[in-house]
Design a protein. Structure first.
Length: 559
């Protein structure tokens, strides 16, 4: 039964309690109606008893009056013989008759009262019997008075007759007095019995009312106790646990019973919530510990990253400076290469003029054969020097080739600038060395060309002085013409090489510009990385502080 009650919803329980209360009220109302019926019956009986008491009081009053009249009548008849004759005269008057008639009226009235009482409740047989006896005594007395007393008073009989009549009248009067006194005592006793019965009935009614009141109060207390036990007590227990959770003290276990009503579901939901909060706090404690440790590790790593990024930015700035210097060197090398090309062009023009002069010399060799011998010697030396010029020009070609390779290496180093920035310094040194070699080669070419010019001048002088050797000079002149042609070709080649060197230097300058731009972009990116690393460091510090704060909050809960 208790399990069934526990499985009911609170609304159903309240409805059942309300129905029980209604049933109790209905039972009380029914009992009250029955009590009212009893009350009504009792009140009717009480009314009848009250009327009976009133009637008995009226009978008692009438009996008292009858007794008084009888005493008065007897006093009138108890006079002495001497005064009886005097009393005959009053008896002849209407007074005795009036007394008898008054007594008759009172007895008739009592008879009617007794009849009314017997009609309402037939429980006064003694009163009725006494009244009947009193009526019989009254009738006998009346008959005595009419048949014996009145005739004597009218005809003047002797004293012996009056003595006999008086004795009989005294006996009748004594009988009337006895009956009246008995009726008075019976009436008094009936009044006391009626009063005691009414008081007893009032006590019984009062006890019934008290019992029903106590029954209603007990039912209310029992209903309140059941409601408190089944509803208020579990809710108070849940409220206490909720206050514990509010203080951060999560209970380890919430007792759950087999109730299926709202309180049972609320208890089960509260237990589920408590378990979930406990697991959540445990996970929060573990997560905050991991978060705090991770925040410290991230903070250390970000500090290292920030330091490394700052060092990388510094190294990249140095590389940018080095690249700028290499760019200036490449620009200077390009300028020098342009000057070498211009010098080669001038040399080429001079060679062309020399070829024209040689051709003119060949045309005049026949006139200056003797001088041509000297010219031939000079041309031989000029050939040797031209050989030296060829070697220098070859060196210039090697320089151009190495400059080209350095340009390629510089491009490769630009790609690797983030990790191997020092390679640019080596490349810059090599480019500088090549530029110096190109300069020295140009100087040597100029020197050799100057010697060639001086040799040619001397050859001309010797040609003028050595006209004797025209034939051999003519041959030498042809050889010199051939050598000059060869020199012109070599100078043309040197001019082409110089132009290639200038072009390579220009390309190298463009490449260095691109490298400089790339390094500037890398430097800007490294600066951005530094800023980002600082932001990451700030975020890591905030994350670490947040982890410590969450850990402090999680410690407020005890599970």
């Amino acid at each position: 039964m208790s399990t069934y009650l526990l499985s009911l919803r609170i609304g159903t329980k309240l409805l059942l309690a309300f129905l029980v209360l209604i049933a109790a009220c209905g039972a009380t109302l029914n009992q009250g109606l029955q009590t009212l019926d009893v009350y009504q019956t009792e009140f009717e009986a009480f009314d009848r008893r009250f009327n009976r008491i009133s009637d008995i009081k009226e009978i008692k009053t009438n009996v008292a009056m009858l007794h008084q009249l009888l005493l008065q009548h007897l006093s009138q008849q108890s006079a002495s013989v001497n005064s009886r004759l005097n009393a005959i005269q009053p008896l002849q008057t209407p007074q005795p008759i009036q007394n008898i008639q008054s007594m008759q009226g009172l007895l008739d009235e009592n008879t009617l009262i007794v009849q009314r009482v017997q009609d309402s409740q037939g429980n006064l047989p003694e009163v009725a019997m006494l009244i009947m006896e009193l009526q019989e005594a009254r009738a006998t007395h009346q008959q005595y008075f009419q048949t014996e007393v009145i005739p004597l008073s009218g005809v003047g009989q002797q004293d012996a007759r009056w003595q006999q009549v008086s004795s009989k009248g005294s006996a009748l009067n004594d009988l009337l007095v006895q009956k009246v006194v008995a009726l008075e005592r019976l009436t008094e006793r009936l009044m006391q019995q009626s009063k005691a019965q009414v008081e007893q009935e009032f006590i019984v009614l009062k006890q019934r009312l008290t019992q029903f009141s106590l029954l209603m109060v007990g039912s209310g207390i029992l209903l309140a106790f059941l409601l408190s036990r089944h509803i208020a007590a579990p809710l108070a227990r849940l409220a206490s646990m909720a206050e514990q959770i509010g203080r951060g003290e999560i209970p380890k276990e919430v007792p759950v019973d087999d109730r299926r009503d709202e309180v049972g579901r609320l208890t089960a939901a509260f237990a589920t919530m408590s378990n979930y909060l406990r697991e959540l706090v445990l996970d929060l404690n573990e997560s905050t510990s991991v978060l705090a440790a991770s925040g410290e590790e991230i903070l250390a790593v970000t500090n290292q990253v920030a330091t490394s990024t700052q060092e990388t930015a510094t190294a990249i700035s140095e590389i940018v400076t080095t690249v700028a210097e290499v760019k200036q060197t490449a620009t200077l090398s390009g300028t020098k290469s342009q000057e070498v090309m211009e010098s080669a062009e001038l040399t080429k023009q001079e060679t062309i003029r020399g070829r024209s002069a040689v051709q003119e010399t060949l045309n005049n060799m026949e006139r200056i054969c003797q001088q041509m011998q000297s010219v031939a010697d000079s041309i031989v030396r000029l050939g040797e020097q031209s050989q030296a010029i060829g070697e220098i020009v070859a060196a210039v070609g090697d320089l151009a080739e190495q400059s080209n390779l350095l340009g390629v290496n510089a491009s490769i180093e630009a790609v690797k600038a983030g990790e191997a920035g020092k390679g640019f310094s080596v490349v810059a040194q090599e480019v500088k060395a090549l530029a110096d070699q190109s300069k020295q080669a140009t100087t040597q070419v100029r020197s050799i060309l100057g010697e060639i010019q001086r040799a040619l001048t001397k050859t001309v002088l010797l040609a003028e002085q050595s006209s004797k050797t025209v034939e051999s000079g003519f041959e030498r002149a042809r050889q010199a013409g051939h050598a000059i042609q060869t020199l012109s070709d070599r100078i043309d080649e040197s001019t082409g090489v110089a132009m290639q060197i200038a072009a390579c230097s220009q390309q190298q300058k463009i490449g260095m510009d691109q490298i400089a731009q790339a390094m500037e972009s890398i430097r800007q990116a490294s600066q951005d990385n530094v800023v980002g690393a600082r932001q990451v460091d700030v975020a890591a510090r905030s994350l670490n502080q947040l982890g410590l704060k969450l850990q402090h909050i999680a410690k407020k809960f005890s599970v």
